[in-house]
Design a protein around this ligand. Structure first.
Ligand SMILES: Nc1ncnc2c1ncn2[C@@H]1O[C@H](COP(=O)(O)OP(=O)(O)O)[C@@H](O)[C@H]1O
Ligand SMILES: [Mg+2]
Length: 255
């Protein structure tokens, strides 16, 4: 992968893009988000307790906190993958907590990208089929030229007909990133994206995520328990026992 020297392909919509935000310039806003789970009948555990959160386009926001503090649950509620018990979530100026299932699914496919520690690829499919998936779901074809360009950039051009299960962890995460780049979404939610990678692969993944924010004006929200990863973000939001501690701490990467 030649990330050190080259611009990330397909990543040039930059500041001229008409960004969708609310009146305050925010692309992600959650207020009073509360989430409970009932591990046993009659038992209820509060995992998020009236959490407020926001994020802006063009910036990487880190969500940090110890294991079990509610980071992933917050990310899933923010992205509509989980439905909170109460509270509001607005993305790109639209309240997703008011949307019905099919509207939310369409919104997610069009606007949101996901990068997980476990890569979240379909293991029965090839690299190229995984890249095509967001298009197939929208009834479209894979833009093959762009897809080949990205595969070359990520050093995966010889692998496109291979099952993703034959790839290393770093390669699989690059396929997940290529998929996000190709489908040109507005908000990228990443849950421990470098958690299963060696340092070099992890650093490259972070570089691509950073470029998505800085060069393309995307909103990037990264859950991590790595200080190094958080330090590369523009802003750090700390979660502890289902509460946000310091929503306004600045990360080390602000220009
Ligand atoms: N589907 C679920 N059912 C029951 N408990 C859950 C579920 N998902 C998460 N939890 C609990 O919520 C808490 C926070 O989990 P999580 O958001 O995954 O934390 P983190 O990502 O910070 O490690 C944990 O105690 C976890 O066991
Ligand atoms: Mg987690």
């Amino acid at each position: 992968m030649r990330i050190d020297n080259d611009r990330v392909p397909l990543n040039g919509r930059a500041a001229t893009k008409n960004r969708m935000t609310d009146a305050n310039g925010l692309s992600v806003v959650a207020s009073g988000l509360t989430m409970t789970f009932s591990p046993r009948r009659g038992d209820s555990v509060t995992v998020l307790d009236h959490v407020n959160f926001d994020a802006q386009p063009g910036r990487m926001t880190a969500i940090v906190g110890p294991s079990g503090s509610g980071k992933s649950t917050l990310l899933y509620c923010l992205s509509g993958l989980e439905k909170s018990v109460s509270g509001l979530v607005s993305l790109l100026g639209k309240e997703i907590t008011q949307m019905g299932v099919s509207e939310l699914t369409r919104f997610r496919r069009r606007h949101l990208g996901f990068v997980f520690q476990s890569y979240n690829l379909i293991t029965s499919m090839t690299v190229e089929e995984n890249l095509a998936l967001p298009f197939t779901l929208r009834g479209k074809r894979l833009p093959r030229q762009k897809s080949d360009e990205l595969l070359r950039y990520f050093g995966l051009e010889g692998q496109k007909k291979k099952s993703v299960t034959l790839l290393s962890g770093g390669e699989q995460q690059r396929v997940a990133l290529a998929r996000v780049l190709l489908s040109d979404v507005d908000i990228i939610f990443a849950d421990e994206p470098t958690g299963a990678l060696d340092q070099e692969s992890g650093a490259k993944v972070m570089q691509v995520l950073k470029s998505l924010a800085v060069d393309s004006g995307k909103t990037v929200v990264v859950v991590t328990h790595s200080d190094e990863v958080a330090g590369q973000c523009d802003r750090i939001v700390e979660v502890r026992d289902g509460h946000v501690l310091n929503a306004d701490a600045e990360g080390g990467a602000r220009a």
